[in-house]
Design a protein around this ligand. Sequence first.
Ligand SMILES: NC(=O)c1ccc[n+]([C@@H]2O[C@H](COP(=O)([O-])OP(=O)(O)OC[C@H]3O[C@@H](n4cnc5c(N)ncnc54)[C@H](O)[C@@H]3O)[C@@H](O)[C@H]2O)c1
Length: 482
Amino acid sequence: MAHLLSTSCSIKVSTGCKPYSLPYKQDLSAFPTSLTLQASESPFTRLVSRGEKHQRNYTVHATTLPVNKEGPTQPSSGSHQTLKEPSKPQRVMVIGGDGYCGWATALHLSNKGYEVAIVDSLVRRLFDHQLGIDSLTPIHSIHNRLRCWKSLTGKTIELYIGDICDFEFLSETFKLFEPDAVVHFGEQRSAPYSMIDRSRAVYTQQNNVTGTLNVLFAIKEFREQCHLVKLGTMGEYGTPNIDIEEGYITITHNGRTDTLPYPKQASSFYHLSKVHDSNNIAFTCKAWGIRATDLNQGVVYGVRTDETEMHEELCNRFDYDGVFGTALNRFCVQAAVGHPLTVYGKGGQTRAFLDIRDTVQCVELAIANPAQPGEFRVFNQFTEQFSINDLATLVTKAGEKLGLNVQSISVPNPRVEAEEHYYNPKHTKLVELGLKPHILSDSLLDSLLNFAIKYKDRVDTKQIMPSVSWRKIGVKTRTIAA
Ligand SMILES: NC(=O)c1ccc[n+]([C@@H]2O[C@H](COP(=O)([O-])OP(=O)(O)OC[C@H]3O[C@@H](n4cnc5c(N)ncnc54)[C@H](O)[C@@H]3O)[C@@H](O)[C@H]2O)c1
């Protein structure tokens, strides 16, 4: 039985929550601080089982406040809404709501009038702790974040702290919150992390695949009509030498024609976990009539959304290190601290990208226009594509305008991937639902760079170079912190 400590952290409105006035104070008190990884068979499992033994009651149900009575506003940019106006606010569970995409999304949905609950094990903060890395931006504890949000807007976001791989815990959250939609961001999401060593590879697949399976079973058992909005990745497709469709491709073979799932060619144990998730979700849509949307998201950049910039305590995380940092965010930080931009190999690797403001918009559109029962819908969630060399050029030019001397270097590619290739993925379905993309502009690059400059004293330059090699992965548990 999972124990929910109801109201033990009932949200109290913080009077000290003044915009941009408080000094940074990071709260990691929930995590053990003496963790070493070198000798551990499975560092993460060890921590979790410790949590289960001694902190089985660590789950917190942190809400006592009245819910917002207004229904959700329709997505600002949506034009083809198929959802009937709900009589009461839709209840959206955001799994992984303490993370980069999840935090921005939870706030956005709350702001739009949805009743939101965050479910998160806070394991991402633990990874940082394990690897000796930190967000460029100072991020506050989830409890402070939620208190601040309540204080600024009067809106409550419920909080359930626990691991979705623990089905008892997840069942309790479903029974208590009764979600109409679940947005599932709650996975180990770094390809390099999954390639550090065997234990991280196994952990990534166990965490991601089991967590998603549990969500599917919870929907079947407790909320059959609940719409699953699952974050997949464009990396599931790999880089085939043909156009990439949105989820499905129609093939004629030996005179017969069928529409089939688009072939997947994942390039890390992380990406493979996403492919397994997609297959499990597709199967349960068919077998049980689950309604699901798989959002194959591109690489996300940016840090600010309308909601996170309301207060310093709401600030989102911004990863720049070689394990969790994504390309454009990394390049901006590198430019800000005078580190050469680290182009992997030839730099012709082309990927799909989107602004974090579009992540939240896309998720809202998916929720407002749900899949039908039994439908496994796939959207390619990105707005533009760039090669790594394109990004380096853009950041160099933007940096020069700010007086920075930006250089690029080619570093040996730690990944196994094509460095020059064809890339043409489709991405029309979210636009048809009303997505108004934020295109990567000079002004956005300026603002990203200025952001990186603002926090450059927090940069640990030892974390910039890639430290995980696809080819050198082995059985032995590695520590990669400098
Ligand atoms: N950030 C990107 O550029 C990007 C690109 C494509 C896809 N995605 C996908 O979007 C999702 C969110 O990515 P992100 O960048 O916000 O990651 P993140 O690491 O910042 O956040 C993930 C959150 O999920 C939580 N979590 C992980 N496992 C959990 C579990 N078993 N139970 C409960 N909570 C758990 C973590 O504590 C963390 O707060 C991931 O599924 C990722 O694969 C992200």
